[in-house]
Design a protein around this ligand. Structure first.
Ligand code: COA
Length: 328
């Protein structure tokens, strides 16, 4: 897969890494320092490629799985206009996955391999999509606050070093900004509605607060990949910096709606830094490693989609052959 690269693999006390040609590596890092974009056919270190595949692939999976919790509300959305809007949003999310799978493919991993790694449980995807959208208010909180978190991450990383990923992120951000407005509109509607509607949205916020705090990744001191990703300008801000940015932008908006954030210790200190109760990081580890409330259900749905859609993909790849649609 990395045929053109000179890669030497060492086993250093059980840890494998790749030694690169120092001259090529220095040139590569100088390009990044100058703010140049790295393109698919350019020389890149093995580890840069590996990290990008890991991250973009996980991101793509998150978009395709992310369509599921909100997707369950399409048939039950209150009113025709909301149904249409939600349908369009969910379609956008699946489209984001297509863009991201294409960006990851430029690095040498095929879409088929990526999908197989998703449905076998080998690849990760965002923690948040392993929780259920219990009520309509949950779908409103997802569209507002999860999409807000995603925008903070994506706007920041769109300024990064790998061309195809940055271009995909830019395009995704335009659509996500619209999703955020849609989500905010739904939350405002509920928060300014009847006491029952207010209670619904408050309960949804209570359910989603911990997953949202987890969404930006483990605290910087526990982040495994940040150092190298930030050095090579793939990640343009640390996990904690993005979490702070989210709190800065959205806590005031949540308070404005007179909703209560379920963390009595949440406050901005005199240095302008948000202090909060650490979310349960053991729960985070369980959820991202396959043991969250909906992990099994989410992967089962994707498996069915993969199996039932196989004949369509085959037909598209070989349009001259005649395929018989399998009976449901
Ligand atoms: N959900 C699931 N897994 C997560 C996660 C999350 N919210 N945050 C971190 N992790 C995983 C990482 O993927 C990594 O696992 P791995 O080594 O098995 O691949 C592990 O936890 C350690 O975290 P860290 O070293 O901090 O990972 P990272 O430097 O890749 O940072 C993100 C995590 C999510 C900030 C980063 O990968 C990213 O920006 N991804 C692209 C955006 C994205 O995927 N958004 C999700 C949906 S819109």
């Amino acid at each position: 897969m990395y045929g053109s690269l000179s890669i030497v693999e060492y086993d250093n006390h059980g840890k494998k890494y790749h030694e690169e040609d120092p001259k090529k590596l220095a040139e590569f890092e100088a390009r990044i320092e100058r703010g140049e974009k790295i393109e698919p056919m350019d020389w890149m270190p093995y580890e840069y490629r590996r990290q990008l595949i890991r991250m973009i692939e996980q991101h793509a999976h998150s978009e395709i799985i992310g369509a599921l919790p909100e997707g369950t509300w399409i048939t039950r959305a209150p009113g025709f206009k909301r149904k249409l809007a939600l349908l369009a949003k969910v379609q956008d999310e699946v489209g984001h996955a297509q863009l991201l799978y294409s960006a990851a493919e430029t690095l040498g991993k095929s879409r088929e391999e990526m999908i197989n790694d998703l449905i076998s449980g080998k690849s990760k995807y965002s923690n948040v999509f392993n929780y259920p959208a219990v009520t309509w208010a949950d779908s409103a909180i997802i569209a507002w606050l999860i999409d807000a978190g995603a925008i903070i991450n994506q706007v920041t990383n769109a300024k990064g070093s790998y061309g195809p990923y940055c271009r995909a992120l830019e395009r995704i951000c335009y659509e996500e900004s619209f999703h955020l407005k849609y989500g905010y509109d739904n939350v405002v509607h509920l928060a300014t509605g009847t006491p029952t509607q207010r209670q619904m949205v408050q309960e949804a916020l209570n359910r989603w607060w911990t997953p949202i705090m987890h969404f930006f990744g483990p605290p910087d001191k526990a982040s495994v990949h940040s150092e190298i990703l930030m050095k090579w300008q793939v990640k343009m801000a640390s996990n904690d910096a993005m979490r702070q940015e989210f709190l800065n932008m959205y806590v005031p908006k949540i308070w404005e709606l007179e909703l209560v954030i379920p963390d009595p210790n949440l406050k901005k200190n005199s240095n302008g830094v948000w202090e909060y109760t650490e979310p349960d990081w053991d729960e985070f580890m369980r959820v991202i490693n396959g043991d969250g409330p909906c992990n099994k259900e989410r992967l089962a749905v994707r498996r069915v989609a993969e199996e039932k859609g196989r004949w369509v993909r085959k037909a598209l790849l070989s349009p001259t052959e005649k395929y018989v649609t399998p009976l449901a």
